[in-house]
Design a protein around this ligand. Structure first.
Ligand code: SF4
Length: 468
């Protein structure tokens, strides 16, 4: 793969340097859009005795660096960022090549047990300002060596990476502006809000300073946060960015934050397509997941969107939610049908819920129905996917339907332990079917050793509110 990027953060090698490999065991396109990774890269290359180079799974198969083509084996330490459960196997394959390897990232913050025997240690939390201490082997909050308990570390957001690598990533060739971390909403399925709480926003003045400084490198800017349109000064931010001449691309938008003024701004900023996540077709299930969005919010947002030049819409739905009935599945089709009257070019994405650790849904069975066996739940999910695919195609919308078995494996990997980690080369559903079952709320969970700052009794209350 040929890489074309502007990189102000790289460093020239000298033989006294300790070599650090920053490994992202997934595609370059996703990795280059990860500002956290760029932050770590910049921190390491600003240190006197270290040099850092990057590795992506689709560049030299992850075995040679982007910067110099150096072999992973020639590096002293590998810092791995693990974003998705599907990356575990590649991460393990690559970790063997480097003398010492440390893993971090959202999957590790959630449950590092499947990778416990494959890495020397783990970092649970945000490493922005402690990378030097991790490399020096200091005992700091968030570092987990496989023993005892660990408290997640988080940082204040009073700084932002000043200059950054511009490559072709998920947002195209764009400047990345991280407007905040965490989320003030309480969707019960959402692991992001649990891993990155508390909700923190960057100051408008700081964001504008960073945007101004990077203006010369790109015409496009991506606004990054779990829910960027919740930033208290979101409209002022977009307005100022437009004044700077940027095309503005928010990473996502909640339907209930959309109004005429905002849509006018983002369409002026060059937005051509938009994504909303109703998650469920019926009000009842949106309440069960605590999405906080009504059908009116969705239709209102879509109507406003259709009056601008935004003609492409993507809708995300989940299936396998607690209390889900046949009428809730049909409600997805009815909602898409209503939306289609406003915007004809729609893609509908259907995915089973993965009940993730640390969320109020962590105790749910995969498939959502505790009266069924894992195999029965999988079969029901497959039937729902087939039904939705068939009915939605009749509406002439584009359907992206999940492979249910892959989501079952994802659940096993996210709720599994060392035994799952030993079977990474071929995780079988029948072997680890227990990971797909409902979990008793009173037992200690494998991932309870991680303190994310929430109270388990509150999590249980949230879980009970969603039960039918
Ligand atoms: S709004 Fe989005 S990021 Fe926030 S809790 Fe809900 S799903 Fe998670």
């Amino acid at each position: 793969m040929e890489i074309r990027e502007f990189n102000p953060l790289s460093k020239k090698y000298r033989k006294e340097f300790k070599k650090i490999a920053l490994v992202y065991p997934n595609r370059y396109k996703a990795g280059i859009s990860n500002l956290g990774l760029q932050q770590i890269y910049s921190e390491i290359n600003s240190l006197n005795n270290f040099i850092c180079e990057r590795f992506y799974s689709d560049v030299f198969n992850g075995e040679r660096s982007v910067e110099s083509g150096s072999r992973l084996e020639d590096f002293d330490t590998g810092l791995f960022t693990i974003q998705y459960e599907e990356d575990y196997l590649k991460a393990v394959e690559l970790s063997i090549k480097v003398a010492e390897s440390i893993a971090g990232g959202p999957c590790i913050m959630m449950n590092p047990l499947p990778l416990k025997e494959h890495f020397k240690s783990f970092f649970i939390g945000e490493a922005d300002d402690v990378v030097d201490r991790i490399l020096n082997g200091d005992k700091i909050e968030g570092l987990y060596d496989g023993r005892g308990k660990v408290k997640r570390r988080y940082v204040r957001l009073d700084e932002h990476l000043k200059s950054q690598i511009i490559g072709t990533g998920a947002y195209g060739e764009a400047v990345l502006l991280e407007v905040g971390r965490g989320c003030r909403r309480r969707c019960r399925f959402c692991v992001v809000r649990q891993l990155y709480s508390p909700c923190r926003w960057r100051k408008l003045s700081l964001l504008l300073e960073v945007a101004e400084e990077n203006r010369k490198y790109s015409d496009k800017i991506a606004l990054i946060a779990p829910s960027p349109s919740d930033h208290p000064q979101f409209k002022e931010l977009i307005s100022e960015l437009l004044n700077m001449g940027y095309m503005v691309s928010p990473s996502s938008m909640r339907a209930d934050t959309v109004d005429e003024e905002l849509m006018e701004m983002v369409s002026k900023g060059g937005l051509k397509s938009i994504t909303f996540a109703p998650e469920a077709g019926s009000e009842k299930l949106r309440e069960a997941v605590n999405k906080g969005i009504s059908e009116d919010d969705i239709l209102n947002a879509v109507e406003i969107t259709s009056s601008r030049k935004i003609q492409k819409l993507k809708l995300y739905f989940m299936i396998g939610l607690p209390g889900e009935k046949e009428e809730d599945i049909k409600a997805i089709i009815e909602l898409v049908n209503k939306v289609k009257k406003f915007i004809p070019r729609i893609t509908v994405s259907i995915n089973p819920l993965v009940p993730k650790p640390h969320t109020p849904f962590q105790w749910l069975p995969f498939g959502g129905d505790e009266s069924k066996t894992p195999e029965e739940n999988i079969k029901v999910l497959k039937n729902k996917v087939n039904f939705l695919r068939k009915e939605l195609r009749k509406l002439k919308v584009n359907v992206e339907a999940a492979n249910v078995d892959r989501f079952a494996i994802q659940t096993i990997l996210s709720r599994g332990d060392e035994k799952v980690g030993r079977a990474l080369k071929g995780v079988k559903i029948r072997e680890f079917r227990d990971c797909l079952k409902q979990i008793d709320v009173d037992i200690e969970l494998p991932w309870d050793f991680i303190d994310h700052g929430y109270s388990k009794s509150n999590l249980k209350k949230e879980y009970e509110k969603a039960s039918y």
